[in-house]
Design a binder for this molecule. Structure first.
Ligand code: BG6
Length: 516
């Protein structure tokens, strides 16, 4: 069977029927990308560099087109200049004039506002011209790098102009950035609006954590090996800690962050996806359907530990020191309301009600201005049922742990006890490390490179579907409601590891946070 015969009408290749050699690079067919929100940080720091990096790696089609849409009174050249500057500053791969020259030939700009019909008619004409001039073949992805409040009007315009519709053998896709709503109710409303215009298989919701190599490696680690799976359950695992700590503050995003907070910004999406990959059952295959099916199953089994007063914690950073620099507290940050109750640190305790995980708590925490930047999943094992040593010999022995280091020092660590050299039988913790940087010569692509390419290839595995988004809100909503009714977040000084209530939360469960 050839690859072509396994291609569905939406362009997705069923991996079960696909006989292509998976080691060969996947190159996008004729297509273009339209970005709404081209002057934002996301576009300049992530999307434009990722497009260039893909072009540099030879993974974009020769006639690739990039269209920017924004209120600026710009010509194509002005937009090309913006893209050029963004690429020079933020691209991962070296700048090559010939690659840029080829890419810039396909750069177009359409000035206009989202409520202006004429601008969207212009966009439709530009796209039709590109199909003729560049051979983009009617295949276009619309990237909404814009505030969610503006999604409905843009989607309406895409429907009105016929841009959302495709002929046979063409595709039209929409890419949406989080936040997907601010609670279950609003997420459902948003999903309805999106699905009114684009069928679910044409909707690509970005959770950029799923584009990270180390996150994809969770599946390889678990399901390509015999070593871990037999002990990956409540017989051996004591608890799981998932941490995403950032040392930065709001980084100029106070307007976005105030009213959203750490739980909505990170736990609802990135951390619950990490939990799903850590806790899910083995999928039948890596087809999108099987993978999502397992993630949906495990997210459906997730329950909040209660009472929420004791099993959750939230905080706001106050002034302090970060990397030798004095920094202000969040309430003093420009653009953040001085009375805001938005949390910059959030921790919750979950259970996964399945046979595999019964009785194993999952502790999730995230925050800004913490001790250092680190994201990791620590699977902490039970102590050996019997230790044939005297207590003094094992004083410094902790619990075995397997730590998946998502970033920045990508790799995996196993912690176990080992005899201290000498005449006495003293046992102490040691670690065994796998590091991406030393084990592989290839450098990892940026998450957005991988995800953008998958959009263009129509490969949906790494994009959460409706059901995953809604289940994640259903898990978080009671916590958000509880917090809204009960006081303010607890202060913690910048540069520390969060508020004391986070330590009390895990201590009440008889465990302790790792200090990564
Ligand atoms: C984003 C959040 O999704 O992830 C940001 O909105 C956060 O607040 C960012 O800073 C962190 O991403 P990364 O890839 O640097 O861990």
């Amino acid at each position: 069977m050839t690859a072509a015969s396994s291609r569905t009408p939406t362009g997705w290749v069923n991996p079960l029927l696909d006989s292509r050699d998976k080691r060969l690079p996947r190159i996008a067919g004729p297509c273009g990308v339209v970005i709404f929100g081209v002057t934002g940080d996301l576009s300049r720091k992530k999307l434009m560099p990722a497009i260039y990096d893909l072009a540099n790696r030879g993974l974009l089609p020769p006639g690739f087109a990039l269209v920017g849409f924004s209120r600026r009174d710009w010509a194509d050249e002005n937009f090309a200049e913006l893209v050029h500057d963004a690429v020079r500053k933020y691209a991962r791969t070296p700048f090559r004039e010939d690659v840029w020259a080829r890419l810039s030939e396909g750069v177009r700009f359409v000035p206009g506002s989202f409520d202006d019909d004429a601008s969207f008619d212009d966009l439709a004409s530009v796209i039709a011209e590109l199909d003729q001039e560049r051979g983009t073949g009617g295949n276009h992805a619309f990237y909404l790098a814009i505030p969610p409040a503006t999604f409905p009007v843009v989607l309406k315009q895409l429907a009105r102009t016929g841009l959302a519709a495709r002929n046979d053998d063409q595709w039209r896709r929409v890419v949406i950035e989080k936040p997907f709503g601010h609670d279950l109710h609003s997420a459902r409303e948003l999903n309805e609006i999106v699905n009114d215009v684009f069928p679910e298989e044409s909707v690509f919701r970005i959770d950029h954590y799923l584009g990270k190599e180390t996150v994809q490696n969770i599946l390889a680690l678990r399901f390509a090996n015999q070593l871990y799976e037999p002990i990956w359950n409540s017989n051996y695992v004591d608890h799981v800690q998932i941490t995403m700590a950032e040392d930065i503050g709001l980084a100029g995003r106070a307007g976005y962050y105030d009213g959203i907070g750490a739980a909505r910004d990170v736990i609802q999406n990135h951390l619950l996806q990490l939990l799903a990959l850590t806790a899910m059952e083995e999928p039948l295959s890596f087809s999108p359907g099987s993978l999502r099916g397992e993630k949906i199953k495990v997210l459906s089994a997730v329950k909040l530990a209660e009472p929420l007063d004791e099993t959750t914690a939230r905080g706001q950073y106050t002034a302090g020191w970060q990397g030798g620099t004095k920094v202000v507290g969040v309430l003093e940050e420009k653009g953040f309301h001085p009375d805001s109750t938005t949390e910059t640190f959030a921790a919750i305790t979950l259970h996964v009600d399945t046979r595999r995980w019964a009785g194993v708590p999952f502790f999730l925490r995230t925050g800004k201005r913490l001790g250092r930047r680190v994201t990791e999943i620590a699977v902490v094992f039970k102590r050996a049922p019997h230790l044939p040593f005297e207590a003094t010999m094992t004083e410094e022995l902790g619990q075995n742990a397997l730590v998946i280091r998502i970033q920045p020092d990508e790799g995996v660590t196993i912690r176990f006890g080992s005899k201290v050299p000498g005449t006495a039988m003293e046992v102490r913790d040691v670690t065994m490390d796998f590091r991406y940087g030393t084990a592989f010569t290839e450098s990892s692509p940026e998450a957005y490179e991988r995800l953008l390419l998958d959009v263009l290839l129509g490969e949906p595995s790494l994009f959460p579907v409706n059901a995953e988004v809604e289940l994640s809100w259903a898990i978080l909503d009671p916590v958000l409601e509880h917090w809204a009714k009960h006081g303010r977040p607890e202060p913690y000084p910048a540069g520390t590891w969060g508020p004391p209530s986070a330590d009390r939360m895990i201590a009440a469960a008889g465990r302790k946070w790792r200090r990564p």
